[in-house]
Design a binder for this molecule. Structure first.
Ligand SMILES: [Zn+2]
Length: 592
């Protein structure tokens, strides 16, 4: 019952958000969809209605989780509704190695590989060796609810290709493009360079923010939802289980299992109380804030004569995976709450637009169970697992500890100097001094780095990116194209070449099957992703487009990730091909 109370609370908030938006259209001209009155949103007139598309990314929702858990969710939830009313592509693959949030979001919304988009990873080393967002831009400043702040903002400066939203704004300059996420990369990379509004949560400011790269003010409709006071209020409510018996039956383990982390006092058992802005990111309330912000933007600015693209990236699932792992009570309860939040979103949007809106939903990358979880418990088939999850457990690689080891080892061998700039997984970055070393000293540096990395059982191989620069052009000429690259069986070099660009690091570090670089939200705890293995590269996709895409269909063949951007483009009017033909062009007949 708590879940339905939460959903009701969200609807009430939407009703309040929509209350000041003028008189409602009489129901005789456009009958409200289910729940329209509850949502308090009036249907807009149907005449001359331009496309309305909502594209949703659920961060770290792997195909193995989607395939096994979506069928367990209630019929009234958002996932069941999208499955009934849309088509479920069960297997969508990223044909590249660096399966992280920034490359994933850029790839989904551009249709391009990281090697083309320039988004080669999540982070880069700052001058002090700490990792910072790949989108951090010293030339931009953050704009929070209370105005311009003197902290660096984020921008799409590194993005080399257009997003679908960018193309839409060129084709239709008055198009409404709104993008919201808890992460800068989850909001900016779907939006591109010229969104109408883009907002993400900055935990250092405890507020949703935009930046001077996009705007000169915080949008007024985000006040009362994305400001510090509202966030503090949202996180003051304990995170409690929606249905304890359902979670206990499905999670098949205790609430407090080995490997779970305590994120800034959030604790490892229910109920969870977030004491800090960073802990807020792990709460289902974070997803609710994203949806509330998206709906407030639509309530304030939707106009049926403008094409509309609403881009929402739900980040809580990723933070929960990094802290508690995907087999935890927290992961199961979060999915149940996300399901209810999505149902509320669909109901409210359909009511506002006066017809079922077009929906795309997928994930930026997959994941694997924590090393502490037995393969039986995680549902791994020891031979023939379709996601190639191993039967033996892996280990966590600590990027900061590894960086310090490499700095120390290179100083011991090469003498005092600054040789290793940092480690932003999966890349080790050298300093300009190290890159300029004479050949014999560079060979010594190379040997030292390889020897230090080889001591770690979780590392399978190290590729020198000078080799990638030489070999990748040839490798990519002969690599599989769309749609065949969606099938398994390609070598790691091909997958790395599709990820790498010249400004990425100097060494690509390959994790062993089952091992991963620790996300370090809580050091030594939780799970992560970022590897070239099929469990990290495989996600699912749901597409609802009544009249254009079949309802209730399930497609088993693997699809290339670029289908997402192609459909997004078609739905907003940028591609005249029929969506069914676009699906077909990205489908790789299953031969694996
Ligand atoms: Zn992550």
């Amino acid at each position: 019952m708590r879940g339905s109370n939460a959903a009701t609370g969200l609807l009430v908030a939407l009703a309040i958000a929509a209350c000041d938006r003028g008189p409602s259209v009489p129901s005789s001209t456009a009958p409200p969809a289910l729940g329209a009155r509850d949502a308090g949103m009036s249907p807009a007139p149907a005449a001359k209605r331009q496309p309305f598309v909502v594209a949703i990314v659920v961060d770290q929702l792997s195909a193995w989780v989607a395939q096994s858990r979506w069928p367990e969710l209630p019929n009234g939830g958002g996932f069941a509704r999208l499955r009934r009313e849309g088509t479920w592509v069960k297997t969508m693959r990223y044909p590249y190695a660096v399966t992280d949030t920034a490359p994933g979001h850029a790839s989904l919304h551009t249709g391009k590989l990281p090697a083309e988009s320039g988004i080669f990873g999540n982070e880069v080393p700052a001058p002090n060796g700490q990792r910072v967002s790949i989108l951090r831009d010293e030339a931009a400043k953050a704009i929070a609810w209370d105005g311009l702040r003197s902290v660096p903002g984020s921008s799409p400066a590194r993005l080399r290709v257009d997003t679908v939203a960018d193309r839409l704004r060129v084709a239709s300059p008055k198009a409404l493009v709104v993008s919201v996420s808890v992460k800068d990369r989850g909001a900016i990379l779907p939006a591109g360079r010229h969104p109408t509004h883009v907002l993400w949560f900055d935990s250092s400011l405890d507020s949703f923010v935009t930046s001077t790269a996009f705007a000169n003010a915080f949008p007024s409709w985000a006040q009362g939802i994305g400001d510090t006071k509202s966030i503090v209020l949202a996180r003051s409510k304990p995170w409690e289980l929606t249905d304890a018996a359902w979670v206990e039956a499905h999670a098949a383990g205790p609430d407090n299992q080995p490997g779970e982390g305590d994120l800034e006092g959030l604790g490892v058992t229910f109920p969870h109380v977030a004491k800090t802005a960073a802990a807020f990111r792990a709460l289902p309330a974070g997803d609710e804030a994203i949806v509330k912000l998206g709906l407030a933007a639509i309530a304030a600015e939707y106009d049926p004569s403008r094409p509309t693209l609403l881009l929402l990236s739900m980040s809580a699932s990723d933070v929960i995976g990094h802290v508690f792992g995907p087999d935890s009570w927290e992961a199961w309860d979060h999915l149940r709450k996300l399901d209810a939040t999505l149902a509320t979103l669909l109901e409210a949007l359909d009511a506002r637009i006066g017809a079922p809106v077009t929906v795309l939903l997928s994930a930026d990358h997959g994941n694997i169970s924590m090393p502490e979880i037995s393969p039986e418990r995680a549902g791994v088939k020891c031979s023939g697992d379709p996601f190639e999850r191993p039967c033996t457990t892996g280990s966590r690689l600590g990027p900061n500890a590894l960086r310090d080891e490499l700095i120390a080892a290179t100083r011991t061998v090469l003498g005092k100097g600054h040789w290793v700039a940092g480690l932003a997984d999966p890349y080790v970055f050298l300093t300009p001094e190290a890159r300029a070393l004479p050949a014999d000293r560079r060979a010594l540096l190379d040997k030292t780095i390889r020897a230090a990395l080889a001591k770690h059982a979780g590392i399978a191989d190290v590729l020198d990116t000078r080799t990638l620069a030489t070999r990748c052009p040839e490798v990519l000429v002969h690599a599989r194209g769309v749609p065949d690259r969606a099938r398994l069986g390609e070598d790691v070099l091909t997958l790395v070449c599709r990820s790498w660009s010249a400004d990425a690091g100097d060494y690509y570090v390959l994790s062993r099957l089952g091992s991963f670089f620790d996300g370090e939200l809580v050091i030594g705890k939780g799970t992560s992703h970022g590897t070239p293995y099929p469990y990290d590269r495989t996600v699912s996709m749901l597409v609802r487009a009544p009249g254009l895409i079949e309802g209730g269909a399930v497609l088993e063949d693997p699809f290339d990730f670029s289908v997402f951007a192609a459909l997004e483009a078609a739905f907003v009017g940028l591609d005249a091909r029929a969506p069914r033909d676009i699906l077909e062009a990205h489908r790789a007949p299953k031969v694996e």
